[in-house]
Design a protein around this ligand. Structure first.
Ligand code: NAD
Length: 509
């Protein structure tokens, strides 16, 4: 892929490298985007200045008054059109994701498929924003609860899912009657412009105002404006725990709402009865897929001593088969890390593993030579460690898999799996019903996602996605995650000529 090929992608037609556009405009410092696949310059976008941000937010506020009056199923129709357009653009957008972020083309396509899936989900949801009806304790009274649009939703996203996370938020927020302002990662700005172009076209074709969906570009500073802004009712922030803590504090100070999707430290527990073939495939995909740069990537494998040596041998053997290279070439399993900063963090982590007593089973290194000119390609690592090592307690966003042995009952493995600060995704490989049920019980995994006989990595949009503890506690995507994007109201209606008080309180005049 070269720049010529990429700029001919339809998704980038409007705003590519310019500061003009329908709903995205900016004139601040330029952000250059380089592909981690080959180090080549792809294009630039301009950062949003504070004055431009003010314009965007003012327009969003005004537009929300209009959008909230559009019936929800009609808002759903716009999301249906978005899903249709994404179906048409799947290949070009998938390619851009792969080229700008560095994940495999298959995973790039998968990301766009997730966008399509959440649009489909949101279309149905637009007719199902249900509240409850409640029996009143007072005669001649009716009670119910209902959900109203919240207002403006700010969406801050990470580089590793440069389009899907926006869609998870955008599709739900828009059918819920909110308008959205997106601050994408400064590492993948072109993916954001492409998405914005797609939705802008749909809004324009349907004579809808542009403030329904906006993008503001820039680094953490622009994210901070969103967190501080009282006009933003909900800040949905995806990224590192470090970022999440700052956003949470800032939003809490103004008693705003935040939805946080932060780092994970995901483990698979492998019990003596596990199907080892499935275990190895699940673990290897979980650890090396997206070069270990998924929030749900498998970081720890907690293996029973009876099967430990077998699992270790099979893993080392499997790692010899991993092909590393251009993610747009479907023969490769693993592409590059996002940039050289990520490569330094990977090297630092390997140093720490050794210093803290880890035994490296599969060595890591930075690849050089033909095809690896970007300097972002590394080899995946397996290290035998103990769960309490400081480095194991942290999320390193790279393909490093920690192998940890457990003895005795499965509860010991569950305790190890829970003994980290993060709580996103977890899995158990077992054919023993008792172990599986224990893992899913209140005494089991403390994560937001707990799987049986599938790995930790990836999720379907139908379920609520998110995690506990330092993962932030937010839920996005399916199930009833939509409730975060609406405000709840309880209504009591009295259709009698009397005014009885609740709890039987007497008040006569
Ligand atoms: P990051 O925290 O460096 O940046 C994420 C976004 O936050 C960017 O847009 C950045 O500009 C912005 N930002 C940074 N500091 C900010 C601040 N103080 N205030 C407001 N905005 C700020 O994360 P990253 O390196 O892009 O992404 C990797 C991290 O994201 C990993 O920890 C990964 O686990 C996490 N992640 C979590 C999920 C999830 O759903 N739980 C999904 C994807 C990624």
């Amino acid at each position: 892929m070269n720049i010529k090929e990429l700029s001919s992608l339809k998704v980038l037609e409007n705003n590519f490298g310019t500061s003009t556009g329908l709903t995205w405009f900016a004139s601040g410092p330029k952000i250059d985007s380089f592909s981690p696949t080959n180090g080549e310059y792809i294009g630039s976008v301009f950062s949003t200045t504070k004055e431009e941000y003010e314009e965007v937010i003012a327009k969003a506020k005004e537009t929300q008054l209009f959008w909230r009056d559009i019936p929800a199923p009609k808002r759903g129709e716009i999301i249906r059109l978005l899903g249709e357009r994404l179906r048409k653009e799947k290949e070009s957008l998938g390619k851009l994701v792969s080229y700008e972020m560095g994940k495999s083309y298959q995973e790039g396509l998968g990301e766009v498929q997730e966008m399509i899936d959440i649009c489909d989900f949101a279309v149905g949801l637009s007719r199902q924003l249900y509240g409850n009806t409640i029996h009143s304790e007072r005669p001649g009274h009716r009670m119910y609860d209902q959900y109203h649009p919240l207002g403006v939703v700010g969406i801050i996203t990470a580089f590793n899912f440069p389009v899907a996370v926006w869609a998870w938020n955008a599709a739900l927020a828009l059918v819920c009657g909110d308008v959205i302002i997106w601050k994408p990662s400064e590492k993948t700005p072109l993916c954001a412009i492409a998405c914005q172009n797609i939705i802008s076209e749909i809004l324009k074709e349907n004579n809808l105002p542009e403030g329904i969906s906006s993008v503001v570009t820039g680094d953490a500073e622009v994210g901070k404006w969103i967190a501080e802004d009282e006009r933003i009712s909900l800040v949905s922030a995806t990224g590192s725990t470090r970022m999440g803590k700052q956003v949470a504090e800032t939003v809490a100070r103004r008693l705003g709402k935040s939805l946080l999707e932060l780092g994970g430290n995901n483990a698979i527990v492998v019990t003596p009865s596990a199907d080892l073939k499935m275990t190895i495939i699940g673990a290897v995909f979980g650890a090396v897929g997206t070069a270990g740069q998924r929030c749900t990537s498998t970081r720890r494998l907690i293996v029973h001593e009876n099967v430990y040596d077998k699992v270790k041998e099979s893993l080392v053997e499997a790692y010899k088969q991993i092909k590393i290279g251009d993610p747009l070439d479907s023969n490769n399993h693993m592409g590059p890390l996002i940039d050289r900063v990520a490569v330094s963090m990977y090297l630092d982590a390997l140093e720490k593993v050794k210093q803290q007593g880890g035994n490296i089973l599969v060595e890591g290194k930075v690849l050089e030579g033909k095809g690896y000119e970007s300097g972002c390609y590394v080899t995946p690592v397996i290290a035998e460690v103990e769960n309490h090592y400081e480095i194991v307690q942290h999320e390193t966003f790279a393909p490093i898999l920690y192998l940890i042995k457990y003895t005795g009952e499965v509860q010991n493995a569950i305790d190890l799996q829970n003994s980290v600060k993060q709580g996103l995704s977890s899995a158990i490989m077992t054919t023993n019903l008792r172990e599986a049920e224990l893992f899913l019980s209140q005494n089991g995994s403390d994560c937001g996602i707990a799987n049986v006989n599938i790995g930790t990595s990836g999720a379907e949009i139908g379920g609520a996605f998110g995690g506990e503890k330092e993962t932030g506690g937010g839920r996005e995507s399916g199930s009833d995650a939509w409730k975060a994007y609406m405000r709840r109201q309880t209504n009591t209606i009295n259709y009698t000529a009397n005014l009885p008080l609740a709890q039987g309180i007497k008040f006569d005049l």
